[in-house]
Design a protein around this ligand. Structure first.
Ligand code: WQD
Length: 364
């Protein structure tokens, strides 16, 4: 299949591209580079040994989307492009609605116009909010607690309405738990801008000497050691979950919903100590106040994904820390872009990443 990956140069997009290419699919990447680097394109080519098309564009731009569908015979779309920082969404709800909801609406409108009705949508466990019980099944009620999570929930509902109106749509909704780690090659990884919001990239930057210490957001939770428990899923397992979901909806039209996690939880301190064992360094930390909006425990019940998709996570916490440390220690500044709007590169079609470096675009 030829698969269009929106947000394709991002953390999850780049790893999903590598898995799609390894499985023999053709891949087209669309990204506005608002939160990723065009240098991920050459990394994808290097790791996969295959060509990949990259178009710099925005899912809110109907003309840009039409150009993609007119140029490439797309069979399916994996829709990852979104703003995804919970805290930022509280400060900028309008930006999150514009990109995440309006952008998704424009994407499915243009897909339909070009006869493309197979879609895998990147949603999030955050739509569950503060679950009444864990592990969390797909039947648990949605109770999103942030503008970010509400945008993801709104798009889920949009997709269900779309299928009701036109049963030809084949839709997979994937609710991700905590995506972490990096590609085992050490060539792909998370490249957060500024101060990382999330635990694993922050710990990795402390280990690399870029941050002084980790602030542990509270140790009074009803958990093994009082710190928050999450379901940490290796990004390669997550990427493979997209391929399993794509295969599933190709066989079964309709709207499918699956949690993607490991079913196992780890506390903050367990993660910190696992990382210390891998990097063989002490990671300084201090206990601070809870972070508003955090829940005590969030872990997936992954039985539906196992039974319907034939998918389970295979990487454990140690492997997550090993792969993340290889990426962090070999790429201390991520892909190395200075991340200023004008630093973004390049552009269209099959331009190689190196030729893109020669081109500079006005920031979008
Ligand atoms: C994990 C644990 C923190 C940082 C969020 C979004 C979710 C998804 C992933 C997009 C918690 C603790 C963290 C730190 C800490 N994003 N922590 N010090 O909050 O579970 O999930 O990111 O899809 O939608 O909700 O992930 O990594 O921020 O936090 O103590 O500096 O680590 O309290 O217990 P979270 P996280």
């Amino acid at each position: 299949m030829r698969v269009l990956l929106t947000g394709g140069t991002g953390y999850i997009g780049s790893h999903t591209a590598v898995e799609l290419l390894a499985a023999g699919h053709d891949v087209v990447l669309l990204d506005n580079l608002a939160n990723s680097s065009a240098r991920a394109v050459s990394a994808i080519r290097k790791v996969s040994g295959r060509e990949v098309s990259f178009i710099r564009g925005d899912i809110r731009d109907g003309n840009s989307l039409d150009g993609v569908f007119q140029t490439h015979a797309v069979d399916a779309v994996i829709h990852l492009a979104a703003l995804k920082a919970v805290g930022e969404s509280v400060a900028k709800p309008d930006a999150y609605n514009d990109t995440n909801v309006t952008g998704s609406r424009r994407l499915v409108e243009r897909m339909a116009a070009h006869g493309v009705t197979t879609l895998v949508f990147s949603s999030t466990a955050a739509v569950y909010g503060d679950p009444a019980s864990t592990p969390i099944t797909e039947a648990c009620p949605a109770s999103p607690q942030s503008p970010y999570a509400r945008t993801k929930r709104e798009v889920e509902e949009l997709l269900r309405d779309l299928h009701r109106a036109d049963p030809r749509w084949r839709i997979s909704i994937l609710r991700y738990f905590n995506a972490v780690g990096a590609h085992p090659s050490g060539q792909l990884g998370e490249d957060p801008r500024g101060v990382p919001d999330n635990l694993l990239p922050y710990i990795a930057q402390v280990a690399a000497g870029r941050r002084e210490r980790l602030d542990v957001f509270g140790d009074g939770y009803p958990t093994r050691d009082g710190t928050g428990v999450r379901d940490y899923l290796h990004v390669v397992d997550l990427a493979r979950g997209h391929l399993a979901a794509l295969d599933y909806i190709r066989r079964s039209p309709g709207v499918a919903l699956h949690n993607l996690g490991t079913g196992r939880g780890h506390t903050v301190l367990e993660v910190l100590h696992a990382f210390e064992a891998v990097c063989e360094r002490t990671i300084p930390y201090r206990i601070t106040a809870r972070r508003p909006g955090d829940v005590a425990v969030s872990c997936a019940d992954v039985s539906r994904a196992r039974e319907e998709l034939g998918w389970t996570a295979t990487h454990d916490l140690q492997k997550i820390c090993e792969d993340l440390w290889l990426w962090q220690s070999s790429h201390p500044d991520g892909y190395g872009d200075d991340h200023s709007p004008t630093s973004t590169l390049g552009v269209s079609g099959n331009d190689s990443a190196s030729s893109q470096r020669a081109k500079r675009m006005p920031s979008s």
